[in-house]
Structure formats: structure tokens, C-alpha cells
Design a protein around this ligand. Structure first.
Ligand code: FES
Ligand SMILES: [Fe+2]
Length: 364
């Protein structure tokens, strides 16, 4: 007779071992779609900003045709860093010996290059990085052969367009960064189950969602959260339910491994971006948006309410879990997998932990 054993949670070392973190940083982060910034940060040709993915310095820059390109932030002469922070440039000039590059990455000129026999300027170009604009958000992938985002996250783009019909007019209004002393996976797991919601999020569970309808299901490498909402008239901000079919709905799309689009009733888009610092430290960037980026009291209030309730409640949980994962007394417990799924089930954690294992095992 086959005795079915419960599925156990991931072993503690995945969350605590610096070697595992290194494997993720050099492997997983280098072959998945990573958030770079919002397209509205680059308004005109030559606007750029630098950022980091998988320990690499990169920068996004808008060319003269309006295309946003991403390059490794390294000069093709003797490897000096090209740009810092953000700014605007007619051409990219390396600070070391003043080689200049076009906004398309091609070498344009350099002091005394004519004296080099056989020098072919056309053979030198900055190393480009795969870039996709997903509903106004810039994502990059260090893997040139990676499948497009629509393959990784089927249906997500069309669904978010439906929930955020005005997405093309949105600009960032506020970034709130939340420091968590835990492994990024502890925080992502906490985001990806609502088994803890009834006991920890009174505002969320009684004010916005109908917990008995909450579910999280994989959709490719996306974890899709759906729920019915309640008490829309008791919401802390006004909602025009007649404005579009999704005006009263909540939903979220977690894009493996470190980004999530979340929509609150009223078609209010907000985002999560987990930036893993080391094995025991993650910074969660909460992005809030408004039409044209103009000050919007509803969005600001919601950002504050979210920070002081759900986010604050979650920090305590994830930091306690990280301490517990370091305890010799911890034995990974069984996941609560309810065949009918729903809010009191951890089936989404089983999916996540499978992806987490795959990212590390075999690469050790
Ligand atoms: S390293 Fe950039 S010009 Fe020399
Ligand atoms: Fe939570």
C-alpha cells in the first residue's frame, strides 16, 4: 500500500546559507526577467539611469528613435564604468580616456584612435542586454536566449491591462522601501500565501478582500492572486464602480522571482520589487503610481495605510521566520496542501519552493 507523506517545506539552509545566495545571484537572477525601472524615467533621447542585476552594473538609455536600450555599464576600451546614477547625455562619454559611444552603443570616437593601425571603429559596441517594456515597466534579462515575458507569464499582460485600463498614463508617484532582515524567499513566500492573513492582517482581511474567495494559482511562472472584495462602500477612499468592469476588484500578479503587480479596488496599481542584498537581508520597494505622476491624495493615503498595516504586520512575521530558520531546533514542517486550494491552503508555496529548489539544485 502506498502511504502518502506530507510535502515538507524547504530546508532551512536554502534561506540561510551564503553559498545558496551566491548560486541564486549568479544563476537565477542572471536568467530571469528583472525589473529595471519605469519607462517614464527616460523621457527624452539620451536620458539614462544605472542599476544593478545579479551583481552587474547596467544602464538603460533612450536612443534617438525612442527605443529604450540596456547595456552593461562598462567601457569596451579598458573597462571603466561609464555612467553613475541617472542623467541625460548627448553621447555616452567614458570618464577614463573619453571614448564616446552613440546612444545605440556603437563607438563614435576616441582621442588619437586614428593612429592605431587597422583600428575599425565599427567593430566596437557596448554589450547590450535583453530589454522588454511590459506595460510601461522596463525589465531586463542577462540571458540572451531567454523566452519573452509573455511566454514566462502567459495572459498576465492582457489581464493587467483590463484591471488598469489607464496604465499608459501612469507615472511613479512614490517609492517606499521596506527593509526586512530576512532572506528574499521568506518575504516572497509570505507575499504568496494568505493562510496567514486571517490571523495577521485585520485591515486587509476584513476591509478589502473576502478571505473565503481568495486563491493563488500558477499561470506559467506567474502566481496569480484572485479574490472577491467586500465592503466597497466602507473603503477608505471613493471608487467609481461604473467607470470600468474591474473598478471594484483586487488582484495581483507575482512574476517569478522578484516582482509583483498588485491592483487595489479603484484600479489602483502598485508594485513590489524585492532586491536581495545578502542571504539574510532584502529590501522591498513598494511602487505607487498616479496619472501623470501628479500628486494624488488617495494614492498617498493608501501607501501610508498599506505601510502601517499590512507591511508592518508582515515585517514582524518574516523576521521572526528568518530567526527561526537559523535555529538548530527547526525541522521543516509539512505544507498545508488543501486539494480544494483556497485561502487556508499553501499550494502556492509548494509551487514557489519547487522553483526555488530548481534554481539552486544542480548548480551546487
Ligand atoms: S576605459 Fe573607457 S575610454 Fe579608456
Ligand atoms: Fe502578509
Amino acid at each position: 500500500m502506498n502511504v502518502q507523506l506530507p510535502v515538507r517545506s524547504l530546508e532551512a539552509r536554502y534561506y540561510t546559507d551564503p553559498k545558496v545566495f551566491e548560486i541564486e545571484r549568479n544563476g537565477l537572477l542572471a536568467r530571469t526577467w528583472q525589473f529595471a525601472g519605469h519607462a517614464s524615467q527616460l523621457e527624452k533621447a539620451g536620458d539614462y539611469f544605472a542599476f544593478e542585476v545579479a551583481g552587474e552594473s547596467l544602464f538603460c538609455i533612450k536612443d534617438k528613435t525612442g527605443e529604450i536600450r540596456t547595456f552593461y555599464n562598462v567601457c569596451q576600451h579598458r573597462a571603466h564604468r561609464l555612467v553613475e546614477g541617472d542623467g541625460s547625455a548627448r553621447v555616452v562619454v567614458c570618464p577614463y580616456h573619453a571614448w564616446t559611444y552613440e546612444l545605440t552603443g556603437e563607438l563614435r570616437a576616441g582621442p588619437n584612435l586614428k593612429s592605431v593601425p587597422g583600428f575599425d571603429r565599427k567593430k566596437i559596441c557596448l554589450t547590450s542586454v535583453r530589454t522588454e517594456i511590459f506595460l510601461g515597466f522596463i525589465f531586463v534579462n542577462l540571458d540572451d536566449n531567454a523566452k519573452p515575458m509573455d511566454d514566462w507569464f502567459p495572459e498576465a499582460r492582457a489581464e493587467i491591462e483590463e484591471f488598469v485600463p489607464h496604465w499608459a498614463d501612469l507615472k511613479p508617484l512614490e517609492w517606499v522601501d521596506v527593509d526586512e532582515k530576512c532572506n528574499w524567499k521568506v518575504s516572497v513566500e509570505n507575499y504568496s500565501e494568505c493562510y496567514h492573513c486571517p490571523s495577521n492582517h485585520p485591515t486587509f482581511a476584513s476591509g478589502v478582500i473576502r478571505p473565503e474567495t481568495y486563491d493563488i494559482q500558477p499561470q506559467g511562472y506567474c502566481l496569480r492572486h484572485t479574490t472577491e472584495c467586500q465592503n466597497l462602500d466602507a473603503m477608505t477612499y471613493p471608487i467609481d464602480l461604473g467607470s470600468n468592469p474591474r473598478a471594484g476588484d483586487y488582484s495581483s500578479w507575482f512574476l517569478w522571482p522578484m516582482f509583483s503587480f498588485q491592483v487595489y479596488p479603484g484600479n489602483l496599481l502598485n508594485t513590489y520589487h524585492w532586491r536581495a542584498i545578502d542571504a539574510g537581508h532584502v529590501v522591498v520597494w513598494r511602487g505607487w503610481y498616479s496619472i501623470g505622476g501628479v500628486d494624488d491624495e488617495v494614492v498617498r493615503k493608501l501607501a501610508i495605510q498599506d505601510r502601517s498595516t499590512t507591511v508592518e504586520e508582515d515585517i514582524r512575521l518574516v523576521e521572526s521566520v528568518q530567526r527561526g530558520l537559523q535555529s538548530r531546533g527547526y525541522v521543516p514542517g509539512p505544507l498545508v496542501l488543501d486539494p480544494s486550494c483556497g485561502v487556508m491552503s499553501e499550494h502556492s508555496i509548494q509551487v514557489l519552493q519547487k522553483w526555488m529548489r530548481e534554481a539552486v539544485d544542480g548548480a551546487e
